[in-house]
Design a protein around this ligand. Structure first.
Ligand code: ZN
Length: 423
């Protein structure tokens, strides 16, 4: 299903969809413009990033990104293992790659991430082609620029520089990459983690390259994520004529007091790392559309984002107890889409924060906010997992971008972190 990889420098003239496209510069010419004065780390990271963005790897398509990265890692002495999974029609591409250092007893640091990107949305609204990396106003635009191809390119170049400087380093360096993080995420990282767990592969530290920076590169590192638990509640009533309510049972009236209670309930107080657990109703449906019919059923979708102070079982039990106390006739289906994970302050967060401070002068804040990520799977076999990457202001949006001046510092931060932990 993969499209043939396009040439690194797009030969198709960038289709001008808006006036600003004419003023922008495809990235291939930027390195040339910079010439000898250019920053070598920036040029090498940009060059790989350009090749990655040019591959239209919309979930679960990898479009050759893993081959490109795999070739670079193989040249450094990494042992590659493809762990592709899922049906042919929606094959997910996964890569595990490891470079074993001098002392096998030493620690293993894993760089994790995804090559897939979310769909572009309306192409006409992009100022330049989302799959032709383009520079405007100090930013590199393209789908995946922030989430998370800049991190992937920076990780690869950081490891290349680390290995060149320390060819007989201690410890292991590994990559765990998938083409399905943005989609169902059933055949991606979770499958690789299970395989690594079965054979007892030792992982000590993992950096997931999700874009975590909020205002400045390095201001935020995620050291955990909340869990996500969803419910679909069906409250069953008896349909009837609104003029004859004694012959019907209105599920909206029956559910309303229970929903009001759920909406104001305190689930936990959070802790030093997590805000309190939240409950939100996302969809409510009832009624036939007619003004004279009492509905026979009401459906309510809701979601918990929960801290490590609550377990999915506790939340389920509390909801059932409340609905039972209100005497509702109901059915309730649960979906647990992610367990929370937490990496308390330790060697990895210290090494990364120090690298950020050395490179940028920014004091990092640890945070557990935001949606779920593949960190939740990796945390099952790796005691220290954090997420760190560039600015996340434009992720999943039209005109996604990464600030150009974050690219080289990100590569250097990943390299410094490797040195802080493995030398
Ligand atoms: Zn991402």
């Amino acid at each position: 299903m993969s499209a043939p990889p396009p040439s690194p420098i797009s030969s198709t003239p960038s289709t001008s969809r808006s006036p600003s496209a004419a003023l922008s510069t495809p990235i291939a010419s930027i390195s040339r413009l910079r010439g000898q004065a250019g920053d070598d780390v920036e040029d090498r990271t940009l060059s790989l990033l350009e090749q990655l963005i040019s591959r239209a790897s919309v979930t679960p398509d990898d479009a050759g990104c893993l081959t490109l990265i795999g070739d670079r890692l193989a040249a450094l002495g990494f042992v590659l293992e493809r762990m592709d999974s899922g049906p042919e029609s929606a094959r997910v591409h996964n890569l595990w790659a490891i470079r074993r250092g001098q002392s096998s007893a030493a620690r293993c640091l894993v760089f994790a991430g995804h090559t897939d990107v979310v769909p572009t949305g309306d192409l006409a609204r992009w100022a330049s082609d989302p799959f032709v990396p383009t520079v405007r106003d100090g930013r590199l635009y393209g789908r995946g620029a922030a989430d998370m191809k800049t991190s992937l390119a920076a990780m690869v170049v950081a490891v290349e520089d680390f290995v060149a400087a320390h060819p007989s380093h201690a410890g292991q360096v590994a990559f765990l990459l998938t083409s399905d993080e943005e989609g169902p995420a059933r055949d991606g990282t979770v499958v690789c983690v299970e395989r690594l767990r079965q054979r007892g592969e030792r992982l000590d530290y993992c950096i997931v390259g999700e874009p975590t920076s909020v205002e400045r590169l390095g201001d935020t590192v995620k050291n955990g994520r909340r869990g996500s638990l969803s419910g679909r509640l069906r409250v069953i009533g008896v349909q009837g004529h609104v003029a004859y309510p004694h012959l019907a049972r209105n599920p909206v009236h029956q559910a309303a007091p229970a929903l009001a209670e759920l909406a104001t309930m305190v689930w936990d107080a959070g802790n030093a790392y997590f805000p309190p657990t939240t409950f939100q109703i996302s969809n409510v449906q009832a009624g036939t559309g007619a003004g004279n019919v009492i509905p026979g059923e009401m459906t309510v979708d809701f979601n918990f984002r929960f801290s490590t102070e609550s377990t999915p079982d506790q939340l389920r039990q509390r909801v059932h107890a409340l609905l039972d106390a209100h005497g509702l006739d109901y059915a309730l289906d649960w979906t647990l889409s992610g367990e929370p994970f937490l990496t308390p302050v330790g060697e990895l967060s210290a090494a990364l924060s120090a690298a950020i401070a050395e490179e940028t002068g920014v004091q990092t804040e640890l945070s557990t906010t935001g949606g779920t990520s593949d960190g939740r799977f990796i945390a099952k076999i790796c005691p220290q997992v954090v997420e760190f990457g560039p600015l996340n202001a434009s992720i999943h949006k039209i005109d996604e971008y990464v600030p150009l001046d974050q690219i080289a510092p990100l590569t250097r931060i990943y390299r410094r972190t490797l040195e802080n932990l493995l030398l």
